[in-house]
Design a protein around this ligand. Structure first.
Ligand code: FAD
Ligand code: NAI
Length: 485
């Protein structure tokens, strides 16, 4: 007999598990189905983000940053350590433990919020018309089959699809996760490769390239586009590129990737560089990070006629409604930025809409962070976008070099940049490259949500000494009245 639910969530990543918890908080009887398995075959909810994305990458970034600090920066604080070595297996083991804490945390949250968790693959079977199917009293919905350790049939009045995304492979170059690595393999390399190649200088390429460079690999990043970080404010991207060049992260722009040969000895990448010259790059490992594709494998979307677009993403409207009544989709499997916090916001908003509330996601204030060193973070529009759109704006920047806390930290790379409307002073974008940009950007997000002006931030008292004073000073710079620069 089928089990009845008000809401069935397929996928337990940030979009799915957060949506399930919010729906349960709103009084619904909720099931969440997730198929991710840990090494022992047990449940590992949290999706890409927890298992092979946000969390493990930040764990490795932290470990490798400690290593780099111990090697290169402790001495200037008067600390001598002798030879610093890295036990890669231990670092990866710590990362796995951090992942497990997060998996277990989600299982605990499901229990706490009375979300019924099913470990296995969820697939659409059929739409259930009102009054039919399931147990008596069914008001219709969708029949979902769970295939896993135990097979189950569930019926849900509402279904939220949150099946995420997978790494995109180069045509004809499959990931073997030994030599040719997706994000998955890149997070569990067993020993520091002498030479590491990365295709794609996007977010994963820069973060994972940084990890292995800090640990001693000779890293070459090959990027197809002629511009570095095209979506980032040009001035900020230029500053970041300068820092990466100085660190020895080799980034080649405007390349055209040719044949890739994989053998026991390593990987050989043939490419044409920006000058049109043929180059061969031999590396021990190759990370391919050229974007991600929406994942609907195993969902059996055809059974119910769930509409997908030409990229394979589930088609949704601004409210995350699909073409089917009572079926919603959130996160990486739909349009919009592939970010965990965007997925979470959509999950919450959909649960609230199901409850008849006015769930809302403001796409204009979704922050982006690249967790390299220096960190890069931004919210709102870039200077080049404002120019393209013909918006009249004022810009203000403040360098960390002139910030007392940054000097005390020994990390003065980068700047904070404000863009404000020329007439109203409303903040249109904030862009940061430098220490703790990931944390500093939160103030800008709040300010933009409240439609603050640059002057509002400039008039707010910021703790001294703190990096946040650079934010205040950049806001002052919009009106050309910085105090410390
Ligand atoms: P996912 O997290 O992909 O979760 C989908 C889940 O659904 C998975 O567990 C999958 O197994 C399950 N599933 C799929 N199909 C089925 C089915 N039929 N039945 C049952 N279960 C199914 N974003 C950030 O915001 N910050 C970061 O720092 C960041 N770092 C990243 C680093 C890397 C290396 C990568 C790859 C991504 C990173 N991201 C980051 C992006 C982030 O991971 C995704 O945007 C986010 O995980 C999307 O959430 P989701 O819930 O849509 O999908
Ligand atoms: P990406 O979209 O960030 O970058 C891909 C890069 O590869 C682009 O610069 C693109 O021009 C380049 N590229 C594409 N095809 C190419 C080719 N054939 N040859 C050479 N270059 C090519 O994608 P990435 O890094 O794979 O990450 C996927 C997504 O995961 C990100 O867009 C982001 O949404 C998410 N993510 C977020 C993180 C964060 O928030 N800190 C961290 C890591 C990933």
């Amino acid at each position: 007999m089928s089990k009845q639910f008000d809401v069935i969530v397929i996928g337990g990543g940030p979009g799915g598990y957060i949506g399930a918890i919010r729906a349960a908080q709103l009084g619904f009887n909720v099931a969440c189905i997730d198929e991710w398995k840990n090494a022992a075959g047990g449940p590992a909810p949290g999706g890409t983000c927890t298992n092979v994305g946000c969390i493990p990458s930040k764990a490795l970034l932290q470990s490798s940053e400690h290593f780099e600090h111990a090697n290169k920066h402790f001495a200037e604080h008067g600390i001598s350590t002798g030879k610093v070595t890295m036990d890669v297996a231990k670092m990866v083991g710590r990362k796995d433990a951090v992942v497990k804490q997060n998996n277990d945390g989600i299982l605990y949250l499901f229990k706490k919020n009375k979300v019924s968790f099913f470990h296995g693959r969820g697939s659409f079977v059929k739409a259930v018309p009102p009054g039919e199917g399931g147990t008596s009293g069914s008001t219709g919905g969708y029949e979902i089959k769970v295939t896993g350790a135990a097979e189950e049939t569930l019926v849900g009045k509402q279904v939220i699809v949150a099946t995420g995304s997978n790494a995109r492979a180069l045509p004809g170059v499959a990931f073997d996760e030994e030599n040719i690595l997706s994000n998955d393999g890149a997070l569990r390399i067993g020993a520091v490769p002498k030479k590491l190649g990365v295709i794609g200088s996007g977010v994963i390429g820069l973060e994972m390239g940084s990890v292995w460079r800090r640990l001693g690999a000779d890293v070459t990043v090959l990027e197809g586009l002629p511009t570095f970080l095209g979506a980032v404010d040009e001035q900020i991207a230029k500053e970041a590129k300068k820092a990466f060049d100085k660190q020895g992260l080799k980034i080649e722009l405007g390349v055209k990737i040719g044949e890739i040969k994989n053998s026991k000895k390593g990987v050989s990448v043939a490419y044409t560089n920006a000058k049109g010259e043929a180059v061969a790059l031999d590396v021990d490992k190759l990370i391919v990070s050229i974007g991600r594709v929406p994942n609907t494998i195993g969902l059996n979307a055809e059974a119910v006629g769930l509409q997908l677009d030409e990229r394979g993403a589930i088609v949704v409207d601004g409210d995350c409604k699909t073409n089917l009544p009572g079926v919603w989709a959130v996160g990486d499997v739909v349009r919009g930025p592939m970010l965990a916090h965007k997925a979470e916001e959509e999950g919450v908003a959909v649960a609230e809409r199901i409850a008849g509330q006015h769930g809302h996601v403001n796409f204009n204030t979704i922050p982006w962070v690249i967790y390299t060193s220096p960190e890069i973070a931004w919210v709102g529009r870039t200077e080049q976008q404002l120019k393209e759109q013909g918006v009249k704006y004022k810009a203000g920047t403040f360098p960390f070099l002139a910030n007392g806390r940054a000097r005390a930290l020994g990390d003065t790379t980068g700047m904070v940049k404000f863009l404000a409307d020329a007439a109203t002073d409303e903040i249109l974008g904030v862009h940061i490259v430098g220490p703790m940009a990931s944390e500093l950007i939160a103030e800008a997000v709040v300010a933009m949500e409240f439609k603050a002006s640059a002057e509002d931030i400039a008039r707010i008292c910021h703790a001294h000494p703190s990096l946040s004073e650079a934010t205040k000073e950049a806001a002052l710079a919009v009106d050309k009245r910085t105090l410390n620069f």
